[in-house]
Ligand binder design. Structure first.
Ligand code: PLP
Length: 362
């Protein structure tokens, strides 16, 4: 029976195996495990790819957000607005800094909704974290304008959006700073954990780097009590190799997505029509359907792996019960969303196969 995988990291590895293996060998032979040339090179390459001045490699995307928020030194009890429909890490990083997450609803592009932000903002609000969920750029112009009017920082969560663009500019370059995750399943994934903060603010970048490196300036000069969270040499080397292919992979994801959209046109499968001025990184291809759970079961029986991102909005997770939230649209979506197979491991024929089965079900 034909099987369609949701994700196939091994297939991607095999397509660039010799380059990856050579790079791993090089890192090992130079023992450049922590810091060193491979990390420095990747940081420069990724910053230049995005069009931003500074990139600081870190242990993972969650650490990146936690450290970045900590670098802003917001007053105790400050509130940070973020979308209610995101991965838990976005909220965790706020809570772990002793700050208060406030959840805003999403629009039909699955991005944080400005009218909802206006409902939940308070005197204690210090920042907004737009998440470019599934790789779809949030509407940065309206968020940046609103943030400016209200003197708020903008921290982009670009963990799912490497290579996405908004009016031709890469996501992750709009706010005061942005975080990325290099978790293996992300569009640019390492062979383990990895993350980064990117920004044009030199002082902020230095502060992030110091927090992540025991608060130190020089080897045994600790200016404050920090922590340890670093991108390691092996991951950086692997990411440098993969970065060269990222645009190619994103193009392929967009081709596959276009096919899905073409075949689902005028069906009972809803997907947001992304405006011309934005290019999604297509991390996930998420549709909204009735009878979602039955459809998922049916597709599994037909050999098609799917996912749900995310089955519960954050305000309905026990971890975040206590915080203020506006969530009607996001809550509705959470019952209907289904992530169909998406990635550079797929071919147009696979998309045709999946689409046929979905339409068959209805
Ligand atoms: C993956 C992800 C993170 C966290 O990244 P890790 O590297 O897994 O810690 C944060 N925010 C979003 C939206 C993510 O998808």
């Amino acid at each position: 029976m034909k099987k369609i995988k949701f994700l196939d990291l091994n297939k991607q590895y095999l397509s660039i195996k010799s380059e990856i293996d050579d790079k791993i060998g090089e890192v090992i032979s130079k023992s450049a495990f922590i810091g060193g040339e491979f990390v420095e090179n990747f940081e420069k390459e990724f910053a230049s790819y995005l069009g931003v001045d500074f990139c600081v490699g870190l242990g993972n995307g969650t650490d990146a957000l936690e450290i970045l928020i900590s670098a802003f030194d917001f007053p105790k009890g400050s509130e940070i607005i973020l979308p209610v429909n995101t991965f838990s890490a976005t909220a965790e990083a706020v809570v772990s800094n002793g700050l208060i997450p406030v959840f805003a609803d999403c629009n039909d592009f699955f991005s944080i909704d400005l009218s909802s932000i206006k409902k939940v903002i308070s005197k204690k609000t210090v920042a907004i974290i737009p998440v470019h969920l599934y790789g779809i750029p949030a509407d940065m112009n309206e968020i940046l304008n609103f943030a400016k009017e209200n003197n708020l920082k903008v921290i982009e969560d670009s963990a799912q959006a490497h290579g996405a663009t908004y009016f031709g500019k890469k996501t992750g370059t709009f706010g005061d700073a942005s975080i990325f995750s290099f978790y293996p399943g992300k569009n640019l994934g390492a062979f383990g954990d990895g993350g980064a903060v990117v920004t044009n603010d030199k002082i902020l970048a230095q502060k992030v780097r110091m927090i992540a490196n025991h608060g130190r300036k020089e080897k045994y000069e600790h200016l404050f009590s920090g922590r340890n969270s670093r991108l390691d040499g092996l991951q950086a080397g692997i990411l440098s190799v993969k970065l060269k292919y990222l645009d190619f992979w994103i193009k392929k994801r967009n081709l596959l997505s276009k096919k899905y959209e073409e075949l689902f046109e005028n069906s009972n499968v809803f997907f947001p029509k992304i405006p011309e001025n934005r290019i999604s990184a297509r991390h996930l291809f998420v549709v909204s359907v009735e009878k979602r759970d039955e459809l998922k079961k049916y597709l599994t029986q037909e050999g098609i792996q799917t996912g749900i991102h995310y089955p519960k909005i954050l305000s309905k997770q026990q971890a975040f019960f206590n915080y203020k939230a506006d969530f009607k649209n996001a809550d509705n979506f959470s019952l209907k969303l289904l992530s169909l197979p998406m990635g550079d491991h797929l071919e147009i024929g696979d998309v045709e196969f999946v689409t046929e089965k979905v339409l068959n079900f209805f």
